[in-house]
Design a protein around this ligand. Structure first.
Ligand code: NAD
Ligand code: DAU
Length: 357
């Protein structure tokens, strides 16, 4: 079916493009749109990895800029010099546990950093002569708080009730994005997505952590009783949703993105262990490594996304089944051991020691 395009893209600025979802987005976009350019702006924090972009480094339609979203002047220069018409804003501090041990970086990057991006976009896109533009802000379902076991999944109308400093910083940034549309007329959209999984995810997050620890014969830490529920989506399905929103979404609209795929943590770890038993029989049964550890403070019990709006308005449908997606993911980590080993440096070891006392 032909669909109306509300925005035409040519030159994208992708913040946080060396991170997990951002790097997958860059690969997706350059392959999907062979005439378009992508400029990545990334500060290369512990979570950013240039190696995740190695396959596109020599592509003439790609440019990497090592810089900070808090540097508003740099962002303004890039928007003007590169004739950027679309910002896809991924850059953030993204790990809930780190936000509990050190919230300051989350307030700085997620709130002030988003505001810096908005200020630059307003200046170049609205004040230096109006031009067609789109500012897409990538947010999370965690802004809605936690769900009771039998409660309906999150819709875009749910109240914001963030429980961690990470979730609160993302909620705050969502509000600032909204205000820049209503006050200044910036063309903004927001997506709130559930838990992603796939290639290039930093091994502090549950699924890659479990795979790496299985291979090293280390304990698989499960917080509390492990009955917390997350709604898992393959990373390319998230990025396909963002693509639809950028081109066809309504300005000032928020879209939830999710895969209707709820799992308890304990079931996810069991499934990954079964796949590891098949691929790495030497360590089987890997489930023997499962270890219950102290729960995360303020741990949200359940997330679930109701994706009715993006489906009805934009025809969105996830393409990957969980069965194929999780298998692909395990195989990717097995084939790309050098990628994840190189990020497990001294600071990563310090992080493990701090978080899993
Ligand atoms: P990530 O932690 O893997 O990557 C974040 C990237 O941002 C890194 O490359 C890092 O170097 C960069 N960055 C951090 N601070 C920066 C700064 N000041 N200036 C420039 N670059 C900076 O994160 P992710 O998991 O890929 O998440 C990307 C976005 O998607 C985040 O906004 C997150 O809130 C959101 N999100 C993530 C998930 C998920 O499951 N991972 C789900 C929904 C929404
Ligand atoms: O819901 C979207 C969010 O998903 C994103 O906004 C975040 O950026 C992303 O990190 C993710 O947050 P979670 O906290 O849900 O992801 P994480 O992989 O850290 O944890 C998934 C679940 O597994 C969660 O209930 C906590 C639990 N867990 C996690 C770790 C790291 C454990 O039981 N043990 C662990 O060691």
């Amino acid at each position: 079916m032909e669909r109306a395009v509300n925005h035409t893209t040519q030159n994208l600025l992708v913040t946080g493009g060396a991170g997990f979802i951002g790097s997958n987005f860059v690969h997706y976009w350059l392959a999907r749109y062979p005439e378009q350019r992508v400029v990545v702006l990334d500060a290369l924090t512990y979570a950013g990895n240039r190696a995740s972009l190695a396959a596109v480094e020599s592509n003439p339609r790609f440019r990497f800029v090592h810089g900070d979203i808090l540097d508003t002047d740099l962002v303004e220069q890039l928007l003007a010099a590169e004739q950027i018409d679309t910002i896809v804003h991924f850059a953030a501090e993204s790990h809930v546990d780190r936000s509990i041990l050190g919230p300051d970086a989350f307030i700085k990057t997620n709130i002030e950093g988003t505001h810096s991006m908005l200020k630059a976009a307003r200046r170049v896109w609205l004040e230096q002569g109006a031009r067609p533009h789109r500012f897409h802000h990538v947010s999370t379902d965690e802004v809605y708080g936690t769900l009771e076991p039998d409660a309906a999944a999150f819709t875009e109308k749910n109240q914001y009730l963030p429980n961690s400093p990470y979730a609160a910083s993302k909620a705050s940034s969502d509000h600032i994005v909204r205000s820049y549309h209503h006050t200044y007329g910036l063309n903004t959209t927001i997506s709130n997505c559930s838990n992603n999984y796939g290639s290039y995810q930093f091994p502090e997050k549950l699924i890659p952590l479990v795979i790496a620890n299985c291979l090293d014969g280390k304990p698989l830490p499960i917080y509390g009783d492990g009955k917390q529920i997350r709604d898992w989506l393959y990373v390319d399905d998230h990025n396909r949703g963002i693509d639809l929103i950028i081109h066809q979404g309504k300005v000032d609209q928020t879209y939830n993105i999710g895969g209707n795929n709820e799992w308890t943590n304990i079931d996810i770890v069991t499934l990954v262990c079964e796949l590891m038993d098949q691929h790495h029989p030497k360590g089987a049964p890997h489930l023997n490594l499962l270890t219950h550890v102290k729960d995360r403070p303020g741990h949200d019990r359940r997330y679930a996304i109701d994706a009715t709006r993006i489906k009805a308005e934009l025809g969105y449908q996830p393409m990957e089944t969980f069965e194929t997606g999780i298998r692909k993911t395990v195989e990717w980590y097995l084939q790309n051991e050098s990628w994840w080993r190189q990020v497990m440096d001294g600071s990563y070891q310090d992080w493990l020691a701090q978080n899993y006392v």
